[in-house]
Ligand binder design. Structure first.
Ligand code: COA
Length: 368
């Protein structure tokens, strides 16, 4: 059975930064309160329509392909985890596939809220281990700022926008993604919701006026749930891989709240500096937070070939999960791989198909 290695990684955040002081001009809050209760100092948010979940996701995915030195046309499968998709359909994964020029890839979205990247990574790894895919791109992307009620200080201080992506590749060399756990408890579904716009509550004047297109949250209950599950899920993923917690060089948790990560560290009896934490810069970017933290850990030299780590997250649903990973790095050093040239070729084919479809429509239209 092949191993599923993480061989490429990338991230993208919009340039616009919203600091705690900026927020204190919009709602009744202040920098000290936000830093003390969450650890967040600032977040990045999208501005105009040129920035979206698909554009951020594409940028992160293409960076990951470059690091992996892999052509878009070599990708077999794209899984996009998001709670803020571009549309209900088509899937954001298909928009990213088109932008990448990944002409051979299957593509679908997966929704497990802030745990989504753990779920998507696990599914990508299973596709590789079962032999049904060799090269998989897993993307986590969010534009939560578009669903935040900017007059609700309980939620608007927490979230930020961004995307992260990994390339997974098959190899017979041991390493990559080992054991993991995925859990859910729908009885807590009402603790963190965005109810409007789905089939139960399609958009109407009433859903707009009653704020159903915004995120709603019982912060205290979510906090309690998160502190209960993080340490246990980490231990379960480690045990499923036949490792010990002491083997871990670093833990990369979902970046929701410094106090939640601190509670997990205490639960695991590990020093907090073993945890990668960058939520001060980005806030909670939901499913994108783990890959963004991973990219920065790799850039800072905190993840080296052979290091053992655990990704652990929790979120709406309720959902939670963890994956144990032995860090690899790029497999291919082949010089003749040109991801950019290959992408342009894929994009040209996409444009050609669009034109053919338009011409066929005109011809058929005349014949009817
Ligand atoms: N600025 C200033 N005061 C605020 C505030 C803000 N942004 N938000 C709430 N407050 C006030 C409350 O109104 C309350 O005032 P009161 O005592 O007069 O009623 C007080 O601060 C304490 O509020 P509380 O909700 O008890 O704070 P908390 O310590 O639970 O922190 C969260 C609130 C949201 C930061 C915390 O509960 C949390 O992080 N929960 C988890 C959320 C999460 O991670 N969600 C995403 C999951 S993926």
């Amino acid at each position: 059975m092949p191993y599923a290695h993480i061989t490429g990684w990338g991230m993208s955040v919009p340039p616009k930064v919203l600091t705690n002081d900026d927020l204190s001009k919009i709602v009744d809050t202040n920098d000290e309160w936000i830093r003390d209760r969450t650890g967040i100092r600032q977040r990045h948010i999208v501005e105009d329509e040129s920035q979206s979940s698909a554009t951020l996701g594409f940028e992160a995915a293409f960076q990951a392909l470059r690091v992996a030195n892999l052509r878009p046309s070599d990708v077999d499968l794209i899984i996009c985890s998001t709670s803020t998709p571009e549309h209900i359909f088509p899937a954001t994964a298909c928009l990213i596939q088109d932008q990448l020029g990944a002409t051979r890839a299957g593509a679908f979205d997966l929704l497990a809220a802030c745990s989504g990247f753990i779920y998507a990574l696990n599914m990508g790894a299973q596709a590789i281990k079962s032999g049904s895919a060799k090269n998989v791109v897993v993307v986590g992307t969010e534009t939560l700022s578009r669903f935040v009620d900017w007059s609700d200080r309980n939620t608007c201080i927490l979230f930020g926008d961004g995307a992260g992506a990994f390339v997974l590749q098959a190899s017979d060399e041991p390493g990559g993604i080992y054991g993991g756990v995925m859990h859910s408890d729908g009885s807590g579904g009402d603790l963190l919701t965005l109810l409007g716009g789905g089939s139960r509550h399609p958009a109407t004047e009433l859903t707009v006026h009653t704020g159903m297109h915004y995120i709603h949250m019982d912060g205290k209950e979510v906090f309690r749930f998160a502190t209960r599950v993080m340490a246990q899920a980490t231990m379960d993923a480690v045990a499923a891989s036949g490792w010990k917690v002491e083997d871990l060089s670093i833990i990369i948790p979902h970046q929701a709240n410094y106090r939640i990560i601190d509670a997990a560290a205490r639960g695991l009896k590990m020093p907090i500096d073993k945890f990668m934490i960058n939520l001060d810069q980005y806030g909670n970017t939901s499913t994108a937070s783990i890959p963004i933290a991973t990219v920065e850990a790799a850039q800072q030299g905190r993840l080296k070939k052979g290091d053992k780590t655990v990704f652990v997250g929790f979120g709406a649903g309720l959902t939670w999960g963890a994956l144990a990973v032995e860090w690899t790095g790029p497999l291919s050093t082949e010089k003749s791989v040109h991801p950019e040239r290959d992408r342009l070729y894929g994009r040209a084919r996409s444009l050609y198909r669009r034109i053919v479809r338009k011409i066929e429509k005109i011809i058929w239209g005349r014949n009817e």
